[in-house]
Write a protein that binds this ligand. Structure first.
Ligand code: AMP
Length: 280
């Protein structure tokens, strides 16, 4: 496994793979890797001859400076996990090359896909995310790129961006990987203390409950019931609960239960957790 930091070295390594005619899979991450990331990697390894992974904690997508400061870093463990998973090339970019002086954030119409949920509660987050993903796509020019469904709205926006620019990249969605008690794996889970960790699985339990009763309860009652479950846990504080169309990501009106997904953001004290589940 090769590790590169500069655009020049990245291009040189990629050129070798391209000369061999290899198809290239790409997994962008912010590090502090866990089994969720590795599932993306493993899928990429199974589908592509060469897999490139980037690790870059993108300051542009953090709307909360404290969240950025506390974002976990585990570089040695990350590299060992990538090597083990069969990654051939790791790109650890220099921030000065990703954002040279005078760079401009990506600005494209987002068709309101960013209007609710994460887009509403984390202003600037998706512009920052899309800016860096577009930059990586231009540099790596992968055939396929892998994204987790845990960040469902992110995945929808990346697909939209690829479609908008007509990029020749296949976006591969990957199922959310969970702990045995249902908690969605997240780099931020490392920040949970034992008590918060014990309460956090209630989020997924509430989503499963919603899925079971959604058709009978309808939209508003389902949201109320999910809130009731989560609010039983003193460490948990709901930021939003939305039921949206899984393609447009617009909130569904009462009575419309097709292609519905439930999306939540919940704070376990100061640690922000998101999760979602397709309902129908
Ligand atoms: P991050 O490092 O948090 O930016 O995540 C990098 C990629 O891993 C994104 O496409 C995420 O959606 C994906 N990912 C993060 N957590 C999970 C998970 N629990 N299951 C599946 N994919 C995940």
């Amino acid at each position: 496994m090769k590790i590169v930091n500069t655009i020049k070295d990245l291009r040189e390594e990629l050129a070798i793979f391209r000369r061999q005619g290899a198809n290239i899979g790409f997994v962008p991450t912010m590090g502090a890797l866990h089994k969720g990331h590795i599932t993306l990697l493993t899928k990429a390894v199974s589908e592509c001859e060469v897999v490139v992974c980037s690790i870059f904690v993108n300051p542009l997508q953090f709307n909360n400076p404290d969240d950025l400061k506390k974002y976990p870093h585990t570089p040695e463990e990350d590299l060992a996990m990538l090597q083990q998973a069969g990654c051939q090339l790791v790109y650890l970019p220099l921030i000065t090359e990703i954002y040279p002086p005078g760079f401009q954030a990506l600005c494209i119409p987002l068709n309101n896909i960013d209007k609710y949920m994460e887009g509403a509660y984390r202003p600037g987050h998706f512009e920052g995310m899309l800016t860096v993903v577009k930059r990586f796509f231009d540099l790596v020019m992968p055939d396929k790129a892998y994204f987790g469904m845990k960040d469902f709205q992110q995945l929808a926006l990346v697909r939209h961006m690829v479609n908008y620019f007509q990029l020749p990249i296949i976006i591969v969605p990957c199922e959310t990987v969970r702990e045995s008690d249902g908690l969605a794996l997240s780099s931020r889970n490392r920040r949970l203390n034992p008590d918060q960790r014990k309460q956090a699985p209630a989020i997924y339990a509430a989503l499963l409950h919603a899925k079971k009763h959604f058709r009978q309860w309808g939209i508003e009652n389902t949201k109320t019931e999910v809130a009731k479950i989560i609010m039983q846990y003193p460490a948990l504080r709901i930021e939003y609960i939305e039921i949206c169309h899984i393609e447009t990501l617009q909130p569904l009106p009462e009575g419309d239960t097709e292609k519905a997904g439930i999306f939540v953001a919940v704070y376990a004290d100061e640690v922000r957790l998101i999760d979602n589940l397709i309902l129908t």
